[in-house]
Design a protein around this ligand. Structure first.
Ligand code: ADP
Ligand code: ASP
Ligand code: MG
Length: 413
């Protein structure tokens, strides 16, 4: 018998009726003669609601207590799904992250999985039980409860699939697969049959919320066979694999975007060897994640820097810069909020140098100003006005012909 891991997200377990639907899909896999491990998220918007409760108590709640609070959401789902399976005549057992042997690093709110002791899961599977595991949670060596970051149930599922040497890991969600861009914003978005781990990793890191980036990392590192599919519709989903077959010559495979971006500009910094390391080490020491960085030297003595951050980190960034003004020796700090990042991703870009130019041309033709740029082998990211974000995505989707079926076939040059 082979092991299959299935993961169901918040919307898919959002009501009792939907939990019954999930139970039926789990039972189908069990009836196919598989050992089934199911990972579930908290019901519907439960995690957001729990975050809101905490905010009513404290502006800056303890991270340890946040993890204690948020992990309760997944515990509700595992118990209810297990009850539903038992009602339908199947033996099942629910396990929290720690009961399932998921050990994480000692970081609250965004912990990485370090190790999984699968003994207990194997024991239950060998007893003929369906094992239902709470997503998004683990425990440190010191027995502290942790969470894996928002959307982290995907990572629980893929990590378990890797540790259990599962035949496959199916991520069931509220869309039918991975699309060329978020179908909730762009009606013409088209479902991909397959996508490579590398492209999916870029899309996930650049804001495509359909998969947690660390889940894709695990899948790539352990070669987990991954499929994103609908918990409601019966159609095949999107396979995430090493080489996206038939599609490898496609220049742009997808477009990701995220809002709430702020650009910070620090002017009049001394033009010294250590300037960059001092400023970015200072920001990193305060947990501020800097994304795109642009340096411009206007004269021999001074230099200026622009960098982008999440808007939620702006207050902290300004405080840190202000309190380190003497060490950093800059003249002024300016910032611009209300920005967004729009990125095109595709492995075919490696051999097509004109892609960035094409992207800038399309944006210019639509009157969209590019404020920052960053590129890698398989992506180009631009920072634009947030009010133009969706228009930019739509224009690029059109220009790179992502809506067309032919985009699934190799581009013949
Ligand atoms: P779950 O609760 O099942 O984990 P999520 O909300 O985390 O579901 O992820 C699914 C959502 O991801 C979709 O509803 C969709 O709006 C969003 N999404 C963003 N980018 C994409 C994309 N490229 N393809 C499909 N869905 C996407
Ligand atoms: N419930 C968690 C969240 O909302 C984890 C997840 O859904 O993957 O982020
Ligand atoms: Mg998710």
């Amino acid at each position: 018998m082979e092991i299959i891991v299935q993961k169901f997200g918040g919307t898919s377990v959002g009501s009792i009726e939907r939990i019954q639907n999930v139970a039926n899909r789990v039972i189908e896999e069990a009836n196919n003669g598989n050992k089934v491990v199911v990972v579930v998220s908290a019901m519907g918007k439960t995690t957001d609601e729990l975050v809101n409760l905490a905010k009513q108590i404290s502006k800056n709640p303890s991270k340890r207590e946040m993890d204690m609070l948020l992990t309760t959401g997944e515990q509700v789902s595992i118990a209810l799904l297990t009850m539903a399976l038992k009602e339908k005549g199947y033996d099942a057992v629910s396990l929290t992250g720690w009961q399932a042997g998921i050990e994480t690093e000692a970081v609250h709110g965004n912990a990485r999985i370090m190790n999984i002791d699968t003994a207990r899961i194997h024991e239950h599977l060998n007893e003929g039980k369906i094992v239902v595991v709470a997503g998004f949670q683990g425990i440190t060596k010191d027995q502290e409860i942790t969470t894996l970051g928002r959307g982290g149930s995907d990572t629980t599922a893929v990590a378990l699939a890797a540790a259990l040497n599962a035949k496959k890991c199916d991520i069931y969600t509220d869309v039918t697969g991975v699309f060329t861009t978020d179908p909730r914003y762009v009606k013409k978005a088209r479902k991909l049959q397959s996508i490579s781990y590398d492209e999916m990793l870029e899309l996930a890191n650049l804001g495509a919320g359909v998969l947690h980036p660390r889940a894709v990392e695990f899948a790539k590192n352990y070669q987990v066979q991954l499929e994103v599919r609908s918990s409601m519709e019966r159609e095949r989903g999107t396979v995430v694999e090493e080489e996206a077959s038939m599609e490898q010559n496609l220049i742009v495979r997808g477009i990701a975007f995220e809002d709430q971006v702020t650009r910070v500009t620090v002017q009049g910094l001394p033009n010294g060897l250590h300037t960059l390391s001092t400023i970015f080490t200072t920001l990193a020491d305060h947990g501020i994640n800097v994304d795109i960085i642009i340096q411009s030297t206007t004269n021999e003595d001074t230099t200026s820097l622009s960098f982008s951050i999440r808007t939620e980190d702006l207050e902290e960034t300004l405080n840190v810069l202000q309190s380190h003004k003497e060490i950093l020796q800059y003249a002024t700090v300016e910032h611009e909020s209300g920005l967004a990042k729009v990125s095109i991703v595709g492995s075919g870009m490696i051999s097509n140098p004109g892609v960035a130019a094409e992207m800038f041309k399309v944006l210019a033709e639509h009157g969209i100003e590019v404020k920052m740029v960053s590129t890698s082998e398989i992506k180009v990211s631009t920072v634009v006005q947030q009010s133009k974000m969706v228009a930019a995505v739509e224009a690029l989707h059109e220009a790179f012909q992502l809506a067309e079926e032919a985009a699934d076939a190799p581009v013949v040059s």
